[in-house]
Design a protein. Structure first.
Length: 184
């Protein structure tokens, strides 16, 4: 099992980089190719994906991002490609904050993650991220309904709630944060 490679980046593709290690180029699929610079010596943390019909390396610029990936693929229905695509649209910190805050709206904005998958991610991973108080799993839906009753458009509400991830926040705190963003 590989843990990491350290070497120069010899090529940057659409969704992968090639890391040169002892004159051998390893193709590594990454979520954020902008984290890598051509020719720069870099450490890439690895996860070896082995499936019945394919085998490839997934790479990450930090151990925290790799841990977020491993957590995502542990969720029923989330495969390695979906997890990489989801991480490409966010950071590990933002993802973990959204899970801790039960922010289904944020998770649904990630590529390849629908409503069911978002709910499953929170259900499966929330316990691993326990930070003390237990949040209301429906609080973003409740805040969404309150904002709709105030006359805001659904798209504006969803876009705003997708930007707000406050772990252990009350409905009032989320509503206040959303109102501040919507009034700008």
């Amino acid at each position: 099992m590989y843990f990491s490679f350290k070497g120069p980046i010899s090529y940057i593709g659409e969704d992968y980089v090639v890391v040169e290690v002892n004159n051998i180029g390893y193709q590594v699929f990454v979520s954020h190719k902008d984290d890598y610079k051509l020719g720069e010596i870099t450490t890439v943390y690895l996860y070896n994906v082995v499936r019945e019909d394919e085998q490839y390396l997934a790479g990450f610029s930090s151990i925290k991002e790799k841990d977020a990936f491993v957590s995502l693929i542990s969720v029923k229905g989330i495969g390695p490609r979906t997890a990489l695509n989801a991480l490409s649209a966010t950071s590990a910190d933002e993802l973990l904050n959204a899970i801790a805050a039960n922010n289904v709206t944020f998770l649904k904005k990630l590529p390849g993650i629908g409503g069911k998958a978002a709910a499953q991610i929170i259900l499966d991973l929330k316990g691993q991220l326990a930070t003390g108080s237990e949040a209301n799993p429906d609080q973003y839906d409740e805040v969404r309904a309150a904002l709709k009753s105030l006359g805001f458009k659904v798209k504006a509400i969803d876009d705003t709630l997708a930007q707000i991830s406050i772990p252990n926040a009350t409905n009032e705190q989320i509503l206040r944060a959303a109102l501040q963003k919507l009034r700008k």
